[in-house]
Design a protein around this ligand. Structure first.
Ligand SMILES: [Ca+2]
Ligand SMILES: [Ca+2]
Ligand SMILES: [Ca+2]
Length: 472
């Protein structure tokens, strides 16, 4: 009897066939596959700060014009959620309603939405950090790990590039913001009062002090079980308070966003980053086998880039996958800076995914076919083992022979270098930042940009010099 009940419970939701879908509307900021490159050319000289304002406003306008009509056509479903990064609504529909939505003239495509986070009690953040006055930056009596030295980071600091004024959003598994070396660099939402159960700044999220956990609908971004985001954050902006400067950009700010679970959560994360003033997003995830859904991710990434976000992701650790399958989403998206892995001897880190990437069969794009693919990665950095890292607890460092390795560690090096670049030239567009990274990198392997090293090992000093030069 008990077994029968269990079976019924399993069967009923399937029979109802309701699922969360993302209904993409017809009108989008970028009309077709070529539109992103056209946009970049058109806005070659537009300051990034102006792009942010202009494009966010334009995206919201596009969403407001079409979505009420689509929702009406769908019978105004309960709990519909609107997105503006892309013009789309997320709704729970049964099979018949999905078919109806697909056929509607204002609907471009219907995608799976992934997990949709609950909005309810957002809980409390464990520690409320008070903004503190900063001491002048100094490397005196501080240790600097080999990986930062090999990327010529200390020379870039000497030029005055330390990440000041730049916010890096970490799309990761959370962050221990209490660590001695991170706490001075945590982004703090200036208009949100912590732990009062209210959305004081009216941005749609209750008590979002350091970012938000979109996956669980929670305010706290600390994750005592998974240390991944704490380690990646320390490579971006560990400030050396405890004696070792692990961060490439020791004066940048870290925004913590937990946005895994699918495209809906990621879209909310991007929107949050755009509205709350993040400049860079470091993405620590890699999703395989998405088929046409790759196009949805590309659309989100292209729109975010148009609005002035620099997007970065590691190449992944899947060298056993077949050609074209090793570099996934989001790092396989043309506008996302994909970071490959180099070992301490400047050789290829063998656990690293290689390009190229194809887009030949992806709905709405159909460029970069297998016989003329996209070269990825774009640049390379150090995935470990043995890079300078903090301990996941509240203080201290990993030993120099630590075994942490993976391209989740190579990407934040580049996110840090991008923060250095933007700290000396804030208004560079994301595509110009990427161009500077590539043209100043140290070419490795076969001559020119290749499918193992991209344009080569990033050189922070040369990149910062080029960013200063670009101002003139
Ligand atoms: Ca809020
Ligand atoms: Ca509050
Ligand atoms: Ca090369």
């Amino acid at each position: 009897m008990r077994l029968l009940t269990a079976l019924l419970l399993l069967v009923i939701p399937v029979a109802a066939q309701e699922r969360d879908v993302l209904v993409l509307a017809k009108t989008q900021l970028l009309a077709d596959a070529k539109a992103f490159d056209v946009f970049c050319k058109k806005h070659a000289k537009t300051p990034r700060s102006k792009l942010r304002k202009q494009i966010v406003a334009q995206l919201k306008q596009i969403a407001a014009a079409e979505q009420p009509k689509i929702l009406k056509a769908l019978g105004n479903p309960k709990n519909a959620r609107s997105l503006w990064l892309i013009n789309a609504v997320v709704v729970r529909l049964d099979a018949a309603a999905i078919a109806k939505a697909r056929a509607h003239e204002l609907v471009k495509w219907v995608y799976p939405a992934g997990r949709v986070f609950p909005m309810g009690d957002a809980g409390k953040v464990e520690e409320v950090l008070e903004p503190t006055a900063r001491k002048p930056f100094s490397t005196d009596k501080k240790t600097i790990p080999w990986n930062l030295k090999m990327l010529h980071v200390p020379e870039a600091w000497k030029r005055g590039a330390r990440g000041d004024g730049v916010v890096v959003a970490m799309f990761d598994a959370g962050m221990n913001y209490s660590h001695t070396d991170l706490r001075n660099n945590v982004w703090i939402n200036p208009d949100e009062i912590a732990n009062n159960g209210k959305d004081d700044d009216g941005n749609g999220f209750v008590d979002d002090l350091y970012g938000f956990n979109f996956t669980a609908g929670k305010a706290d971004v600390k994750n005592p079980k998974i240390h991944h985001g704490t380690l990646t954050s320390s490579i971006v902006a560990g400030d050396g308070s405890g004696g070792q400067i692990t961060g490439v950009a020791p004066r940048a700010r870290l925004m913590a966003l937990i946005a895994n679970g699918g495209p809906y959560n990621a879209a909310r994360g991007f929107q949050y980053a755009l509205e709350e003033g993040a400049d860079i997003v470091n993405m620590s995830f890699s999703i395989p086998n998405l088929g046409n859904v790759r196009g949805l991710w590309r659309r989100m990434a292209e729109h975010a880039t148009c609005a002035g976000l620099v997007l970065i992701s590691g190449a992944g650790n899947f060298p056993k996958e077949p050609e074209f399958k090793q570099i996934r989403i989001p790092e396989g998206i043309p506008c996302v800076i994909c970071v490959g892995g180099v070992n301490r001897r400047k050789g290829f880190a063998r656990f690293t995914s290689q390009g190229p990437v194809e887009w030949g069969k992806v709905k709405f794009y159909e460029d970069y076919p297998e016989d003329a693919p996209l070269i990825k990665p774009d640049v390379a950095a150090f995935p470990g083992p043995g890079t300078g890292l903090i301990q996941p607890g509240n203080e201290g460092y990993q030993p120099e022979n630590n075994r942490f390795r993976g391209n989740s560690l190579s990407a934040p090096h580049v996110a840090g270098v991008c923060a250095l670049i933007l700290s000396v030239n804030r208004d560079l567009t994301p595509w110009r930042v990427r161009e500077i990274l590539e043209t100043t990198a140290e070419d490795l392997g076969p001559e020119g940009k290749d499918a193992k090293f991209g344009a080569g090992l990033v050189n922070a000093d040369a990149a910062v010099a080029a960013a200063v030069e670009a101002k003139r």
